[in-house]
Design a protein around this ligand. Structure first.
Ligand code: NAP
Length: 312
């Protein structure tokens, strides 16, 4: 008898095929009555497949008494109730490392796009303005100081990309990293005062909620840029929007938002922001690698082997 899995969100088609081949899968997002599906399957479901956006709350975990593993698609696990998983002795896995390069690439793309006004340059050419006018000068990246909030896997990959552009790196986080050559700050406002670019790359969740607040944004100042590829929850979004509208900071590149897929209306008409729809890991290659890791973690667990990328 195939192991029964509850799946909260779709995965890339090639991953779906294998999941359906190897398990009996209940697709929660397609159910006309979610609660009825959960009630019907709850006594048999041993695995939950979810994502770093959808997660798994206490109500869902507690509704599945035979649950052994939550295999999540994504590295961030802030919407998974980790405390509840621990209490219930449910293993939680995520998909670190395989997405690091793509997310760091998007961080640099957002930064360069907003500083060099790439969307405006594209529109300038397409709309036939080039023969009639000169495109305004923009801002040089080389020589700037970048303060990274959360120098983990993605933060370090961003630092490795930014350094060859001539960017000086420093960072804020809970722990100083003595093996890395960058200046450490234990105070975020103090770092914001000293940098030109605030690059947000820490996890979401309660511990980091709103840490990039009005005070930090004010400290960054009117020449400063914010790039957020972490989670919308890390930034006090109304304060950021206000600063951008009032020109209190120079610009922002944002891949993540507080209430996705909804974006504050005020951002949509601003020239000094570049917006992407949470696509940090959104390449064919990386999404497939993430999906493969989801499958490998399930296969390891149900094959009696240790999982590959355990969170708890
Ligand atoms: P990671 O290796 O765990 O790195 C997270 C870093 O944040 C660590 O260096 C950690 O510090 C630091 N940190 C923890 N708490 C903090 C706090 N309160 N203030 C400041 N820094 C703090 O994770 P990762 O693989 O780099 O991923 C980071 C995050 O990126 C994920 O959690 C996810 O939310 C986001 N992400 C976004 C996308 C996207 O599509 N935009 C894709 C993937 C990931 P220590 O090293 O001292 O513990």
């Amino acid at each position: 008898m195939a192991v029964e899995i509850l799946q909260t969100t779709p995965l890339p088609p090639v991953i779906e095929e294998i999941l359906q081949r190897d398990y009996t899968v209940h697709r929660l997002w397609q159910a006309s009555d979610r609660n009825a599906l959960i009630r019907e399957a709850s006594g048999r479901v041993r695995g939950l497949v979810t994502s770093g956006s959808v997660g798994a709350d206490r109500a869902l975990i507690e509704a599945l008494p035979r649950l052994e593993i939550i295999s999540s698609f994504g590295v961030g696990y802030d919407p998974i109730d980790i405390a509840c998983a621990k209490e219930r002795k449910v293993i939680v896995t995520n998909t670190p490392d395989v997405l690091t390069d793509d997310v760091a690439d998007i961080a640099m793309v957002l930064l360069l796009s907003v500083m060099r006004r790439i969307p405006q340059g594209d529109q300038f050419v397409r709309q036939g303005q080039w023969p009639k006018a000169k495109f305004p000068l923009t801002e040089k990246l080389g020589g700037k100081v970048m303060g990274i909030v959360g120098l983990g896997r993605i933060g370090q990959a961003i630092a490795r990309r930014a350094e060859p552009f001539g960017v000086e790196i420093c960072y804020f986080g809970p722990r100083r990293k003595n093996d890395l050559p960058y200046r450490y700050y234990d105070n975020l406002t103090a770092m914001a005062k000293d940098v030109d670019i605030l690059m947000i790359a820490c996890p979401g969740g309660r511990e980091t909620e709103g840490i990039v607040n009005a005070e930090v944004i004010a400290a960054l100042g009117d020449k400063g840029y914010v790039v957020n590829i972490a989670r919308g929850s890390v930034v006090e979004e109304p304060a950021l929007v206000k600063a951008l509208v009032e020109g209190k900071i120079a610009g922002a590149g944002l891949d993540v938002f507080a209430d996705e897929p909804h974006v504050p209306e005020a951002l949509l008409s601003l020239e000094n922001v570049v917006l992407t729809p949470h696509v940090g890991s959104g390449t064919h290659q990386t999404r497939r690698a993430m999906g493969e890791l989801v499958l490998q973690n399930l296969a390891a667990h149900f094959g009696g082997r240790p999982v590959l990328t355990r969170v708890v």
